[in-house]
Design a protein. Structure first.
Length: 219
């Protein structure tokens, strides 16, 4: 069982891989936060959702690029000790309020073959984007694929769009029209069964109207 210090920081040691939990980055592409826990022993050891990894085998990784943290974890020798810092209590209730009614994971299927970046499992990010819940595709991409809400008035530059949109695209293209798929919708979560997405087919250089299959998971 992990023992926390006066700041709530705690350590857990693993003697084998896989570790049995998933991590996501923040909206700047940095840090690593626990997004889901797949193995019950991790909970018994004291692992908490949204906890931030701040050290890997004693080496500090706070504010490091997420891809670099992943590399350090993959290359770390066993037994491996990770040091965690719980999310800020001051922000905890605000984050929970924004995310309490949204699924932790979304699974997309049936995108066109030439738009396969849309298919896959997306995990809920710790922090919202543009005031709405956002998800990150579960893969090893250095420039990860996000699902985010883009309102008619872009909060970053007050750009006026024709409509509210849900977008699937690279983090580097956040709040930009360059995306793999988009949905004309103001819904809190873009999972309506009758929704028609526009998926970009690169070979044809055109958008295809597509009814995606989207499954919601609470854990």
């Amino acid at each position: 069982m992990a023992e926390a210090d006066h700041r709530g920081v705690y350590e857990i040691t693993w003697r084998e891989k896989p570790l049995g939990f998933s991590i996501v980055m923040d909206t700047s592409g940095k840090n690593a936060y626990v997004s889901s826990i797949q193995r019950a022993p991790n909970v018994q050891k004291g692992l908490k959702l949204a906890a931030q990894i701040i050290k890997v085998n004693g080496v500090g990784v706070k504010d490091m690029m997420h891809s670099d943290i992943l590399t350090k974890i993959k290359q770390a020798k066993l037994p491996m000790t990770l040091t965690f810092q719980p999310r800020s209590f001051a922000n905890e209730s605000d984050i929970e309020d924004k995310n309490k009614n949204v699924p932790r994971r979304l699974e997309f299927k049936n995108a066109p073959d030439d738009c396969n970046h849309v298919n896959g499992e997306f995990e809920l990010l710790i922090k919202p984007i543009n005031g709405r819940a956002a998800w990150q595709r579960k893969d090893d991409e250095k420039d990860p694929i996000l699902l985010w809400f883009w309102p008619k008035i872009d909060p970053e530059n007050a750009q006026l769009l024709k409509r509210d949109l849900w977008m699937i695209g690279r983090r580097s293209r956040l709040n930009n029209q360059d995306a793999y798929a988009c949905l004309d919708s103001s819904a809190e979560v873009p999972t309506a069964k009758d929704a028609v997405w526009k998926c970009y087919e690169k070979a044809k250089k055109s958008w295809k109207n597509t009814k995606l299959t989207i499954m919601q998971h609470s854990i």
